[in-house]
Design a protein around this ligand. Structure first.
Ligand code: NAD
Length: 272
């Protein structure tokens, strides 16, 4: 990243940061001088990520966290405060696409719906609830949620995911109104198509459901490229680093007047 943000003296918690977009966000904050908490349900990868950040000269600690459990999220905040004494920024990134069934909607069962709800929407609620009083007491804080453009456009093959992400956007707006008077900014990033390992599982399903669209896609990366080629004005995929750059901007002092926004980082696949 060429823009230089100075986050020295700041403490940042990033959920779902063992890999993918969350890892890029945690690493970018650490590179900018922040102390970060890598919070993830995956212990092995989470510890490796924290180790990698430290090996690169940053400060990071791993705290095993399952965002589907309220106790686990409350323990995360306690642990972060115990380690760093203060939390400045909470990034609610943990999320899953789940099993892609494709349309029709009747293929979707309540198990898929509930799992998506527990991680993608209720998890964000637990995290915001857990950090709420700390930020109010500090008279300062910054909350960032990671939704998806699917939460604005809808996506038939991932109906449950789209609905939860729409919920995250709306919840972000609600919370920004409630916390704005307390000097707490709450914003949302909506990524479009970022290649992460989750697309390797999705690729065969997309290829089977939409053989024409994905006839040239050989793997998960190919599926992402094809999506972007067909749907994004810029005709290229976004990267975890693109999302991290937006995160660092949105929680910076330079963005102090921005709150309640859902910023698309999607290469121009959606304009609302
Ligand atoms: N990759 C994309 O194209 C894309 C597009 C739009 C939105 N997003 C959103 O970005 C965020 C990150 O996605 P990604 O592509 O990096 O996915 P990823 O699968 O690479 O990483 C998700 C991380 O969340 C963690 N996680 C899963 N369940 C958890 C739980 N219960 N508690 C704590 N951590 C948990 C995983 O262990 C993993 O480290 C998600 O919210 C996702 O919905 C991604």
């Amino acid at each position: 990243m060429n823009i230089k943000f100075d986050y020295s003296g700041k403490n940042v918690v990033v959920t779902g940061s063992a890999k993918g977009i969350g890892k890029a966000i945690a690493s970018a904050y650490a590179k900018a001088g922040a102390r970060v908490i890598v919070a993830d349900v995956s212990e092995k990868e989470g510890m490796e990520t924290a180790k990698e950040i430290c090996a690169g000269g940053g400060t990071a600690n791993f705290v095993r966290t399952d965002v589907t459990e309220e106790q686990s999220v409350a323990a995360l905040i306690d642990a972060a405060l115990g380690l760093y004494g203060r939390i400045d920024i909470m990034v609610n990134n943990a999320g899953v696409v789940g099993r892609i069934k494709g349309d029709p909607l009747t293929d979707l069962d309540s198990e898929d719906w509930d799992r998506s709800y527990q991680i993608n929407l209720r998890g964000v609620f637990y995290c915001c609830k857990a950090i709420y009083q700390t930020f109010v007491n500090q008279g300062y804080g910054n909350i960032l949620t990671i939704a998806s453009v699917a939460g604005k456009t809808g996506a038939p093959e991932i109906a449950e995911y789209s609905a939860m992400k729409a919920g995250v956007i709306n919840f972000t707006q609600t919370l920004s109104r409630e916390l704005g008077p307390k000097n707490i900014n709450v914003n949302c990033i909506c990524p479009g198509f970022v290649y992460t390992p989750l697309y390797e599982n999705a690729a065969p399903i997309y290829k089977e459901k939409y053989p024409q669209m994905f006839k040239n896609a050989e793997n998960g990366k190919g599926v992402v490229d094809e999506f972007c080629n067909q749907l994004c004005a810029l005709k290229r995929a976004q990267t975890p680093a693109d999302i991290a750059s937006a995160a660092l901007f949105l929680t910076s002092d330079e963005a102090r007047s921005i709150t309640g926004q859902a910023l698309n980082i999607c290469g121009g696949c959606e304009f609302r």
